[in-house]
Design a protein. Structure first.
Length: 269
């Protein structure tokens, strides 16, 4: 199971860039939480620097992130100062950082955003300049999408456009670790949910979710967000037969046995 971290920039007393009735910290919060949602609905683990409008000092962020031990980190921002398009900043010293930056760029290109720069920046000591890249152990990318103080702000001023950015970043992060992206289907997503009881059941759970065209989630994550998951049917892969999702009126289906993959295939024919 992969671990990710979203460092949504600014917050609280630090608004970031402000222009055209847009505030960077607010967009970062919305997009960051959406990225986290997409990563977790794929059954992966995701931490986030802030889940509300609070001040998190820059010098405290690397410690928070390193303690979480993520596989990849993306720091979300918008630009200002006159310009057009997206910037992606990667680490000179970590090859995987450039790989992730290029994946994000590919997804941004599909959204029709212009490419401004994909680059690294070094300090006078020859190390990566930006703390969130230099001081974080995991491969990290700073994603600056759209300039808020130019007409480029039209790329990000609507919630559905911010949703698109969140999907693009989440998809790139997941696929960087070999996790196939599953589109979120409105309505159908809430009809059925596949719960993987443990890590060893994940392959069968993914197969089941693919066949049903719905979402898959690890049991521990489901438990943490139980009240948000009001599906009509739950497919539980592995675990004890008496595991109960405790949702009134829902159908619960268990796929068990020593060979979860074949059990899932047979059950879904």
């Amino acid at each position: 199971m992969a671990r990710f971290w979203i460092d949504n920039g600014h917050g609280g007393a630090d608004p970031g860039a402000t222009a055209n009735n847009l505030v960077e910290k607010d967009i970062n919060l919305y997009v960051g939480l959406k990225i986290k949602h997409h990563i977790e609905r794929h059954g992966q683990i995701c931490g986030i620097t802030r889940a509300g409008d609070i001040t998190v000092p820059l010098n405290s962020r690397p410690g928070m992130i390193n303690a979480f031990r993520p596989d990849y980190v993306v720091s979300t921002h918008q630009n200002a100062g006159g310009g057009d398009g997206y910037d992606l900043i990667y680490s000179k010293s970590k090859t995987a950082s450039l790989e992730l930056a290029n994946r994000i760029a590919s997804e941004f290109d599909k959204l029709g955003q212009n490419k401004h720069r994909i680059f690294y920046r070094l300090g006078e000591d020859g190390r990566d300049y930006y703390a969130i890249i230099r001081m974080v152990n995991a491969p990290s990318v700073i994603a600056e999408y759209a300039f808020l103080d130019t007409k480029d702000s039209k790329q990000i001023d609507e919630k559905h456009e911010q949703d698109d950015v969140a999907r693009a970043i989440a998809k790139a992060m997941l696929e960087q670790t070999g996790i196939r992206w599953i589109e979120e289907l409105e309505g159908d997503m809430m009809e059925r949910l596949v719960i993987s009881y443990g890590d060893g059941d994940w392959a069968a759970a993914t197969l089941t979710a693919y066949k049903l065209q719905c979402s898959v989630i690890l049991r521990e994550i489901f438990e943490a967000h139980r009240n948000e998951n009001k599906s009509k049917a739950y497919y539980i892969i592995g675990g004890p037969e008496d595991y109960d999702v405790l949702v009134a009126g829902a159908d619960v289906y268990h796929l068990t046995g020593p060979d979860r993959i074949n059990t899932a295939r047979k059950a879904l024919k």
